[in-house]
Design a protein. Sequence first.
Length: 167
Amino acid sequence: MINNKLLLVAGAATLSASVFSTGAFAASATGNASATVLEPLAITAGAGMDFGDVAGDADNATTVSLSSGGIATAGTGANASGSPAAGVFNVTGEDTLAYDITLPTSTLLTGGGGADMTVNGFTDSEGGSASLVAGSGTFNVGAVLNINAGQGAGNYTGTYSVIVEYQ
């Protein structure tokens, strides 16, 4: 009787070990990992933005709008002449890839003989994005110059930042 009980317990233990063994239901696989490193995107400033020769109104603030094509349009009471030019930027990177262009909200032109002038309303010739051709691209930037009432004569200068990033 003891032998039968011992045999029954040994059989149950063997059955339990085979049913609940994790090794019988385990499997493994090896996955692959990879990365493609792109040519870094770089931007350089070419020709600077130039609103040309502008004159405002003695009594009222006004504007001069410079298109990304380099055409200056004077607002009411303003005059724009000289040789206006849009800003030019050159981009290099991975061939055929698209990139986004981020322009500033505003900047200041300082110096001259009067109050600082705000430049805002920035636009680019590519509508905010472009694709590289043969690893390079060029785009132009225009903006709006805000001339204060009675703006003092002089040469005003400033800087602005443009950001490009892959889409």
